[in-house]
Design a protein around this ligand. Structure first.
Ligand SMILES: Cc1ncc(COP(=O)(O)O)c(C=O)c1O
Length: 449
């Protein structure tokens, strides 16, 4: 039954809400509105955050939280970085949107900077990670079709390989290359031509690769899947097979790229580059912006009209992204990420020695997951009460994605808070409880190490 009984009630409710305005709302009424009017896509915590500063956020009651979630890898500069605020203020007063039928002052320079960082040649800007994945998939099909036609090959290069345990987003193409069934199955039939390769399993990759494959898409470090890095052996084989069969190697660096690992891109730990890189999350310091980066040869498959977007690459978002990349360089944040990341791992290893329910520590730089042998969700709840923001993926992995400018003192504060949470966990029950299924399998992962 509708929450409103009559048209008159609707009009009066809307009128009241308008009169009250957002500032007059208190947390209770904000939560009530959210419960009544938002689609139930998230299990949200009953907290209203109002603002942040650096690595801390504050709720509507003024309570302070240490933010080790960073908007799920978006707030890489924390909150209210003065240089970001200044650029947004300045550019908002100049031009928020200009059509892609013209040039703006920032898109070209931002593309140049991303090309320098990545070793790619050309860039397309989107509004989100999933939209960038869509574009990369279209590019793969286009490239496959064009190269198969040129060779006069009867084999249509249309198959896309993705990895088990992957997450690439929620749009139709992105969800079709996302392995987790609960995200896919309710929307079937999905985009055809996708097959999943067992994570880091070279033999499985080889058995599924032939001339009909137009691309393999992988997260260099799986994020939502529980922080699982692709192995060097798997990457090298994927690189060799894509080169041999004229297919594209696409690295989804939406979560792990743009500095998160202490390198500009996570694939830079390997000796070869992908053909396509997809980025988003932290790119415009919290404003929505994604990008597809690729080689000259692949970019030349595209001609005007084949792909596009209204909002992608707007002047406000691009100016902010350019500032974000400059701040990483000026403030030597890659160094900070590596140093704080090492301290974090060291501290977590010390905790693992004390608490037997910590099974494994994974990740690189400031993208770290600890796999537990017990449910992670209750820790997230209790962390929130203690003023700490963390997250749990795949039921058993606590995920930490702090801002790149996190300090040594904040890492220590985080470790203290985490230890307090773990100390209050009933040790016996924790140690005895067996781990439930965790994907990918430990055997596959052992091969990766
Ligand atoms: C690796 C990866 N790819 C794609 C996406 C989708 O990005 P967006 O939510 O911006 O559409 C995400 C989001 O979490 C991600 O982590």
């Amino acid at each position: 039954m509708s929450k409103f009984n009559t048209k008159k009630t609707i009009v009066s409710a809307v009128h009241k809400a308008r009169k009250a305005g957002p500032h007059a709302s208190n947390a209770k009424s904000i939560l009530r509105d959210a419960n009544l009017f938002l689609m139930p896509t998230y299990k949200r915590q009953p907290v209203v955050f109002t603002h942040g500063r650096g690595c801390y956020v504050y709720d509507s009651r003024g309570k302070k939280y240490l933010d080790f979630l960073g908007g799920i890898a978006v707030n890489a500069l924390g909150h209210a970085h003065p240089r970001i605020v200044k650029v947004i203020r300045r550019e908002a007063a100049r031009a928020i949107h200009l059509s892609n039928l013209f040039h703006n002052s920032f898109q070209g320079p931002l593309a140049r900077k991303l090309a320098q960082w990545s070793g790619m040649d050309r860039v397309f800007f989107s509004n989100s990670g999933a939209e960038a994945i869509e574009g990369a998939l279209k590019l793969a099909r286009l490239n496959g079709r064009t190269s198969a036609d040129a060779l006069g090959s009867p084999a249509r290069k249309h198959r896309v390989l993705a990895l088990e345990n992957s997450f690439h987003g929620r749009t139709f193409g992105a969800v079709s290359v996302t392995a987790t069934e609960k995200y896919r199955l309710p929307f079937a039939p999905l985009v055809p031509g996708v097959e999943f390769v067992r994570f880091n399993d070279v033999a499985d990759l080889e058995s599924k690769f032939d001339d009909t494959v137009c691309a393999i898409l992988l997260e260099t470090i799986q994020g939502e899947g529980g922080i699982f890095p692709v192995s060097e052996a798997f990457w090298n084989r994927a690189r060799a097979l894509t080169a041999k069969h004229g297919a594209l190697l696409i690295a989804d660096e939406i979560q792990c790229g743009l500095g998160r690992t202490g390198r500009f891109f996570a694939y830079q730990r390997f000796s070869s580059k992908p053909d396509v890189v997809v980025v988003a999350k932290p790119l415009a310091a919290g404003l929505p912006l994604g990008a597809i980066l690729t080689s000259e040869a692949v970019a030349q498959r595209v001609s005007p009209g084949l792909h596009g977007t209204t909002f992608g690459g707007g002047p406000l978002a691009c100016a902010t992204a350019l500032e974000f990349l400059s701040i990483i360089e000026d403030e030597k944040l890659l160094e900070n990420i590596r140093e704080r990341g090492a301290e974090l791992r060291e501290g977590l290893s010390a905790l693992a020695a004390k608490f037997p329910f910590i099974r494994e520590i994974r990740g690189e730089g400031l993208m770290i997951g600890i796999e537990l042998s017990i449910d992670g969700a209750p820790f997230v709840q209790r962390a929130l009460l203690k003023g700490l923001l963390i997250n749990c993926t795949h039921d058993f992995t606590l995920r930490f994605l702090p801002p790149f400018l996190v300090t040594r003192a904040q890492v220590r504060q985080f470790l203290r808070l985490l230890e307090q949470l773990f100390v209050t966990t009933p040790q016996k029950a924790a140690a005895l409880e067996p781990a439930k299924s965790v994907t990918p399998s430990h055997a596959a992962l052992a091969a990766a190490r």
